[in-house]
Design a protein around this ligand. Structure first.
Ligand code: APR
Ligand code: PHB
Length: 387
């Protein structure tokens, strides 16, 4: 099998890349180890920055986002019995969209299949062979058969546990990592949202987040210990802890549609390319979800890589491709800083005492009362700081 660009992974990064290339007349094949149903149902993040939404619109896949996405002008910060609205529209002149990552994935898969592009589901990439620019290939298995996909370029968009990251690490790439001592227990529930916009709550018992997917469905998170399992969290305990930390005593305990625990870490790989192998999205970097940046970074990498490949095929110039790592890392490190900042601002570490608690309250007070500090939060959250 032969294609110009082999793309490993059908998440937001791999799918947007395939779609942008297709629109420019460049063929590719997407290899995805899971089935279509699985990737379309996997519940993930849900916030699109103005820039992420714009990328989808420009790529011609923004119609459903514009119809069904929830446009928010800001977020709420709750702490110490107070609630404060940070008005992004006023402070940074742009808002955000709440739209589930699996909806973005569904839209991109539909567009890809409608245009006749190839996605091989249940096709697992096993090895990247890229030592020689003239003999690039990905070895993969599908239905028990081993096959080789020959190509000019390989885009590893295969997430943090894929072979892209492992391949780069076996060479000279460096991974910079920070592990947080906590995780998020997340539920998707058939409960009308208790607020009109996202509520980030800092409580002495730990962080909680109230997000949503529709007027009937809420997405809610609780900070838990990193090593915690769901065994210790029967539904009643989840709801009572959410009500307490979010200050929403009447939050309705609706049917839980999905539940999971995600440990939190920050990770950046440098460089994000080696020869004709390029990493995009989670394969190259991870952010803790508190800054709502994961999906946006994945889409931005894909757009940057697509522009480089389009220039290479159109003008035979590698200028943009050569600058790929540098272009991405500036945005990535800014998002890493903001995500770590939001995480440390809003989470309670088990080792923290009263002193750290009071420091956090002082910082929250500042962020919500100083125009400069709240503008900084708004610029970073909406992506205005990086575009
Ligand atoms: N072969 C083929 N596919 C693979 C392989 C492999 N060896 N390993 C992983 N995959 C697939 C996974 O099944 C997944 O569908 O690669 C895809 C990677 O997609 P995502 O994890 O969604 O990564 P990305 O596109 O970078 O999007 C990042 O996802 O985790 C969230 O918060 C994160 O919002 C961010 C987004
Ligand atoms: C979500 O809706 O899933 C969500 C929202 C904001 C975050 C993280 C996740 O910071």
């Amino acid at each position: 099998m032969k294609t110009p660009v082999a793309i490993i992974g059908a998440g937001p990064a791999g799918l947007l890349l395939a779609h942008l290339l297709q629109r420019a007349g460049i063929e590719s094949v997407v290899l995805e180890s899971r089935g279509r149903d699985y990737v379309e149902r996997r519940v993930r993040a849900g916030v699109l920055e103005h820039g992420g939404a714009q990328l989808l619109r420009e790529a011609g896949v923004g119609d459903r986002l514009d119809r069904e996405g929830l446009e928010h002008r800001g977020i709420y910060l709750r702490f110490n019995g107070e609630i404060h609205h940070i008005d992004f529209k006023r402070l940074a002149n742009r808002g955000i969209f709440v739209y589930g990552q699996q909806e973005v994935v569904k839209d991109l898969i539909a567009a890809r299949l409608a245009s006749g592009g190839a996605i091989l589901f249940e096709a697992e990439a096993r090895r990247i062979d890229d030592r020689d620019a003239h003999h690039m290939s990905v070895l993969f298995t599908q239905g028990g058969d081993e096959q080789r996909l020959e190509c000019d370029f390989i885009a590893a968009c295969d997430g943090s546990h894929g072979i892209g990251r492992a391949t780069m690490l076996s060479r000279n790439a460096t991974g910079y990592e920070h592990i947080y001592p906590y995780a998020w227990l997340g539920i998707l529930a058939r409960t009308p949202p208790a607020a009109d916009e996202l509520v980030y709550a800092y409580h002495e018992r730990g962080f909680a987040l109230h997000s949503m997917r529709s007027p009937q469905v809420s997405r809610l998170y609780l900070q838990v210990r990193r090593d915690e399992t769901l065994d210790g969290w029967p539904e009643e305990r989840i709801w009572s802890e959410l009500r307490l930390r979010l200050h929403e005593p009447s939050l309705d305990a609706g049917e839980i549609l999905e539940i999971g625990v995600t440990p939190m870490s920050s990770y950046v790989m440098e460089p994000m390319q080696d020869g004709r192998l390029f990493l995009a999205g989670d394969s190259a970097h991870i952010v803790p979800p508190t800054g709502a940046k994961g999906m946006n970074l994945a889409l931005a990498d894909a757009a940057t890589l697509a522009a480089g490949l389009i220039e290479w095929y159109g003008k035979h110039s590698s200028e943009r491709l050569d600058r790929y790592t540098a272009s991405c890392l500036q945005r990535v490190w800014r998002a890493e800083f903001f995500s770590a900042f939001m995480t440390q601002l809003l989470h309670r570490d088990e080792l923290d005492g009263e002193f750290e608690h009071r420091l956090r309250l002082a910082q929250l007070k500042y962020v919500t009362s100083s125009r400069a500090a709240s503008t900084s939060l708004a610029e970073n959250y909406t992506g205005a700081a990086t575009s």
